[in-house]
Design a protein around this ligand. Structure first.
Ligand SMILES: [Zn+2]
Length: 421
């Protein structure tokens, strides 16, 4: 959720085009709905609103650029004619922003809610009491379109419907239209907070631990777990017209944000199913580089991961293949060689003995936890949990050839199948 200074004192965020959204509403949050109510109170021609909804649902709205006072997108008609549509909203004055910041700092919950991408009704009400209208009212969304319409046309209406979807995900979009970027706002909130803390004679904010413990019995019980979103969601595009700050790599950041969202979604899914990962391994930078590379990043990001992980391009490609066979456990099998002893060795030998009929058993040469078939480019590797992992030789390198099996014959058959393919 970064925005770049354009250098002209303003900021701009660009959101990629959203996929078609057939048969669903455009806003789920109350503030997204309030935005649409303002549109419906502004547009005189209901037929244009209907046309706008149809275009927005069909995915005809291109990337949406959000700047102070203005949103812009190219909207394609059904006949593929492209129109530049703008919608203007008045920015808050410097004095109004000061009042908004003072009000927000005074209520700790307001900042926390914004950081959670929530806009509580009481934040908007408190702002109104301070003379600051955050949400637009009827007549506030002023259209400008190169199709020549003087009122809202299908294009500007489509842009407004699309923006309602973006607002749902991130109320900072509205605050940016009102004149301040998320970064500028958070910095200002910080300095306002420091200033008021400096005037106060009380200690740092918070609750005394003994008081909190004593209050334990009277607190309401925790809410239930959240329901699982349909997907991890798409982070906003960082591809703006402005050059990034030195040392910032926008495609790498976008990729990281997308992978993090996907991982969070999976962890939530597992947690809601009550599943703890039995093969959970502590994350490490080296393993994480492989996990990220398995997410098919842009080639420049892959190159950075190859270098940063110390594996090099080919080594990383092999590690990614291992990761796809079984995550961190499979990567350990690729990387680690360990001596098999005692009971583990006895069990491994018994498994190898019983896996094949006497006359079908391949000749195996053992080294550490690896059994290589004599005269064939295939190998079995034993993991510490007693599973067998098929490997085959490719251009002088042992590479994973399939998923693990309890039965060595099954594992070897998949390696041989892969080698023959
Ligand atoms: Zn138009």
């Amino acid at each position: 959720m970064n925005a770049y200074d354009t250098g002209a004192g303003g900021t701009e965020r660009t959101f990629p085009a959203l996929p078609p959204a057939r048969g669903r509403g455009f806003a789920r949050t109350w503030w997204g709905l309030a935005w649409l109510t303002a549109l419906e109170g502004t547009a005189l021609d209901l037929a244009q609103l209907k046309a706008g909804r149809r275009l927005a649902r069909a995915g005809a709205v291109g990337a949406v650029s959000v700047r102070p006072g203005r949103i812009t997108a190219v909207v394609q008609d059904r006949d593929r004619t492209a129109h530049r549509a703008d919608v203007l909203l008045q920015e808050l004055s410097g004095e109004q922003w000061d009042r908004f910041l003072a009000m927000t700092v005074a209520r700790a919950g307001h900042v926390a809610a914004l950081l959670d991408r929530e806009m509580p009704t009481h934040l908007v009400e408190d702002a109104e009491l301070a003379g600051v209208d955050l949400l637009p009212g009827p007549g506030d969304l002023e259209p400008e379109c190169d199709c020549g319409a003087w009122d809202h046309c299908g294009h500007t209406a489509a842009l407004c419907y699309q923006l309602a979807r973006l607002l749902d995900q991130d109320p900072f979009v509205l605050l940016l239209m009102r004149g301040r970027s998320e970064r500028a706002l958070l910095d200002a909130l910080q300095s306002h907070g420091d200033a008021s803390a400096g005037r106060s004679t009380r200690g740092p904010e918070g609750t005394d631990a003994a008081e909190a413990y004593a209050a334990g019995d009277i607190l309401p019980s925790l809410p239930g777990p959240p329901s699982l979103p349909a997907g991890p969601g798409v982070p906003p595009s960082l591809d703006t017209e402005a050059a990034p700050v030195a040392g910032i790599d926008p495609p790498a950041l976008e990729f990281l944000a997308a992978r993090t969202a996907a991982r969070a979604h999976r962890l939530l899914e597992e947690a809601l199913r009550g599943e703890a990962d039995a093969h959970a391994v502590e994350p490490s930078v080296a393993r994480d580089a492989v996990r990220l590379a398995a997410g098919e990043p842009d080639p420049a990001v892959t190159d950075r991961l190859a270098e940063g992980s110390g594996r090099g391009g080919e080594g990383l490609a092999v590690a990614v293949r291992a990761w796809r066979q079984g995550g961190a456990a499979a990567l350990a099998v690729l990387d680690e060689e360990w001596t098999v002893r005692g009971d583990t060795l006895a069990r491994a030998r018994a498994a190898l003995d019983s896996a094949w009929e006497e006359d079908e058993r391949p000749a195996l040469r053992a080294r550490a936890n690896r059994w290589t078939v004599v005269d064939a480019p295939v190998q079995l590797r034993l993991s510490r949990d007693g599973r067998w992992w098929p490997y085959r030789e490719e251009r002088g390198r042992w590479v994973p050839a399939g998923g693990p099996a309890r039965d060595p014959a099954t594992a070897l058959a998949s390696a041989e199948g892969a080698a023959g393919a």
